[in-house]
Ligand binder design. Structure first.
Ligand code: ZN
Length: 267
């Protein structure tokens, strides 16, 4: 089983990412991390010295994932397709194979509870997100078609269905009437301060390429300070943004908490 970025911790409904654990290691009981899919015990590991890989979760010694584990089946499918062994999985591919996407149904519950919401935002805006986006950027369009990603409720989604342009997101929101996590591919051409101190980043609109309708990224007031230095850098650059797409009144938007981690420039 390759390195995993996200684990379950005790009975907490929000999963934990490896960087959060790394930042406050002594706050966690190292015996209590389990696989998000099959719930067997897994181990947190810090990056070995001289390595650029970062922290991760790995198999607990002599404990295998269950046959029902969806992450294991995603990994095995990949190994079969490529005709390689587990030790030969490139690090960037491991970041994609072991990624877990929050599922739509939970997003509404998260909104109602402050602690849940804070934990959810932490997971969404963690360094794991940046690592995931970088790995996707390195894939060829053909490769994007090959990957499936696991959701928190053990469903599989095709990676190509997660990477969307603004019109595609709006269409899906209108169809399902439900918020969902996805990767927006877009460009910002206008930064607007909203009454109250929040920031709106308006996406470029053009006649082509599924970019015909208004859509914006919204930095809530309490996150403006943290992002202040990066805000101007987003102008006129193509990017991937990993966030929750939602309809708010007449607007379609995604909340952005960390430009550094949720946004990856493509040019
Ligand atoms: Zn498992």
């Amino acid at each position: 089983m390759p390195r995993m970025s996200i684990a379950r911790y005790r009975n907490i409904s929000n999963n934990i990412d490896c960087y959060t654990v790394d930042n406050s290691y002594s706050d966690f009981d190292r015996n209590s991390f389990t696989c998000v899919s099959c719930n067997v015990k897994i181990e947190f590991s810090r990056e070995p010295k001289n390595s650029t890989l970062g922290p991760f979760f790995k198999n607990w010694k002599n404990i295998s994932h269950l046959d029902s584990c969806k992450i294991t089946s995603i990994v095995n499918n990949y190994l079969q397709r490529m005709g390689i062994e587990e030790k030969d999985i490139p690090e960037s591919i491991a970041n994609i194979l072991s990624m877990i996407i929050p599922y739509a149904k939970r997003l509404n519950d998260v909104k109602r509870n402050y602690t849940e919401r804070e934990m959810f935002i932490k997971l969404l805006s963690s360094k794991v997100t940046k690592r995931f986006l970088k790995s996707i950027k390195d894939l060829s369009p053909n490769e994007v078609n090959l990957f499936e990603i696991l959701t928190e409720d053990n469903q599989l989604v095709r990676l190509k269905d997660l990477v969307l342009k603004q019109d595609e997101i709006i269409e899906k929101l209108n169809q399902t009437q439900m918020s969902f996590v996805c990767i927006l591919e877009g460009k910002i051409n206008d930064i607007q301060e909203v009454t109250g101190g929040s920031i709106r980043l308006n996406l470029t609109i053009s006649k082509w390429y599924n970019r015909t309708k208004p859509f914006h990224l919204f930095i809530p007031k309490s996150y403006v300070n943290k992002n202040e230095k990066s805000i101007k850098k987003v102008l006129n650059k193509k990017f991937f943004c990993y966030a929750v797409a939602e309809k708010s009144g007449d607007f379609f938007k995604m909340d952005l908490y960390s430009i550094e981690h949720q946004l990856l420039f493509l040019d």
